[in-house]
Design a binder for this molecule. Structure first.
Ligand code: FAD
Length: 463
């Protein structure tokens, strides 16, 4: 009997899974394997919120495999060593896995390839499993660069690329009986810190996509910035853990099953392209996870210098209601509306002039969809060290609040202390005549917007 291993990483699904399909096609039996990787925990990336969501994903993947006659094998330790151990136990000839994007993922693949080769086994790495278009598959025609540094030309090229077809889930999966598994990690043991954290797993991801295509996507273009409306897909954690395939989401949005094309679906697919865009930047510039993608001579204030302001930002008590509401949403849900992410990151990096890495670390600590490519490169975008073509734009939290939460419902939801202030007034409570501050248990602004704007522009002007 021939055996292959399919190693799951950020692709915790049975639908549209090219490595699983290839493993099944090339052997009589398959070991579906997930390794709880010591290095990810040691690197601080396995945060409680994401470990809780991951536990849901693994339980559901196990269930999906069992429905097809298989099961998930879980091991923990150093990834290459564990895969080699299972390969030896199963006498597997090959391992199939999805290509990763980060520097860590590349190093992991190389280590695994070498370790397996030492035992005479092969590693097959499959592209376009985690992203829709593989990083590096398209490059700018004229500049000779290995990646696109600007979104719009990338989007133009990306949109004309043929996507591989989405694969159905396999009907039957045979797993060798002798291969043992550790118990699956349990959500309850993860110690999630956000009480409103979403639940994970492929079943939920597929149901969420179906509901989104039926009921949300048509109005996405008009409502995606309505903070109170909460009218985005909330599919990001499912995409991050790969319980939903980006390829399948795009096909179905464009009209395969349930979607149907139009302004809403087009705008949604464009956002999925942003995901691929940041992944291809990170794949080409792995150090952009920590280093400025474009150096701008910033003299960021660090954690010690701005300790009080950073604490106020994290705790949602800056005195700017829409910033505080969004930060409280992050703490409560482990997720934040995109408009909130934009304006809170701009507030930290530009208004408080704090190093974007401080904010990115806090987001990664809490976000259930926290993702090195999307988080670090979006932070760089708002800090003006990344791919934004207007690196000095500053989002004014009062204007943003009035525009994207005009009746104050989003602020009211997260800052009940301000419930009695209606409409646009809630975004600048200090402006209200005759306001009795003592009536509200809410702080005064920690920073003056025009002074902070001048500080930032002066610093940037010295470049
Ligand atoms: P929708 O609006 O429904 O969009 C659909 C999908 O498109 C998202 O699920 C996501 O996969 C992708 N997408 C949308 N916007 C972006 C974007 N700007 N960049 C990359 N992909 C995008 N997204 C993450 O998935 N993980 C992160 O760690 C992350 N950190 C961010 C940090 C900052 C400072 C900012 C400004 C944005 C960040 N984003 C991140 C991007 C975006 O805010 C989230 O993807 C989005 O809010 C998730 O909600 P949704 O699924 O309802 O999105």
């Amino acid at each position: 009997m021939t055996v292959s291993i399919v190693l799951f990483t950020a692709d915790l699904r049975v639908h549209d899974h090219p490595p699983l399909r290839a493993a099944l096609d090339s052997a009589d039996a398959v070991v579906p394997l997930f390794v709880v990787d010591d290095a990810i925990a040691a690197g601080g990336f396995a945060t409680p919120n994401r470990r809780a969501f991951l536990a849901d994903c693994l339980a559901d993947l196990d269930e999906g495999l069992r429905q097809r006659g298989g099961r998930l094998v879980v091991r923990s330790g150093e990834l290459a060593a564990e895969v080699c151990r299972v390969a030896a136990e199963a006498d597997a000839g090959a391992v199939h896995m999805a290509a990763g994007v980060s520097a860590y993922a590349h190093a992991r693949e190389e280590r695994l390839r070498r370790a397996l080769a030492g035992d005479g086994r092969e590693l097959h790495v499959h592209d376009a499993v985690i992203t829709a278009i593989a990083p590096g598959a398209i490059t700018p025609a004229t500049s000779g660069s290995d990646h696109f540094a600007v979104f719009t030309p990338y989007f133009r090229r990306w949109s004309t690329q043929p996507l591989r077809g989405a694969l159905p889930a396999p009907r039957r999966i045979e797993v060798p009986a002798a291969i043992g598994s550790e118990p699956l990690p349990r959500r309850a043991d993860a110690g999630a810190v956000s009480p409103g954290l979403a639940r994970g797993g492929e079943t939920r991801a597929r149901a969420a996509l179906a509901t989104w295509l039926r009921r949300g996507i048509a109005t996405y273009e008009d409502l995606h910035d309505d903070m109170a409306g909460d009218a985005t897909s909330r599919l990001s954690p499912h995409l991050h853990f790969g319980t939903l395939s980006a390829v399948e989401a795009i096909h179905r949005s464009r009209g395969g099953t349930g979607g149907g094309g139009g302004a809403g679906p087009d705008a949604f697919v464009r956002q999925l392209c942003w995901r691929d865009f940041h992944h291809q930047v990170l794949a080409a510039r792995p150090d952009a996870s920590a280093r400025d993608y474009r150096t701008r001579n910033d003299r960021w204030r660090g954690e010690e210098e701005a300790a009080d302001e950073i604490a106020a930002w994290k705790e949602g008590r800056t005195g700017y209601p829409v910033v505080d509401a969004a930060m409280r949403q992050l703490a409560h849900e482990g997720w934040m509306h995109n408009r909130g992410r934009l304006l809170t990151s701009s507030f930290l990096a530009k208004t408080l002039y704090v190093d974007w890495r401080v904010g990115a670390r806090h987001f990664l600590e809490l976000l259930v969809d926290g993702d090195v490519a999307n988080n670090q490169l979006n932070w760089q975008w708002t800090a003006g060290t990344g791919t934004d073509s207007r690196p000095n734009r500053i989002l004014n939290p009062v204007t943003q609040g009035k525009r994207y939460d005009p009746d104050g419902s989003y602020v009211h939801r997260w800052i009940p202390e301000l419930k009695s202030l209606d409409g646009p007034h809630v975004h600048a409570p200090w402006n209200l005549e005759g306001l009795d501050r003592a009536q509200f248990d809410y702080p005064a602004p920690i920073v003056d917007l025009s002074e902070s704007r001048a500080r930032f522009l002066e610093a940037r002007g010295k470049e």
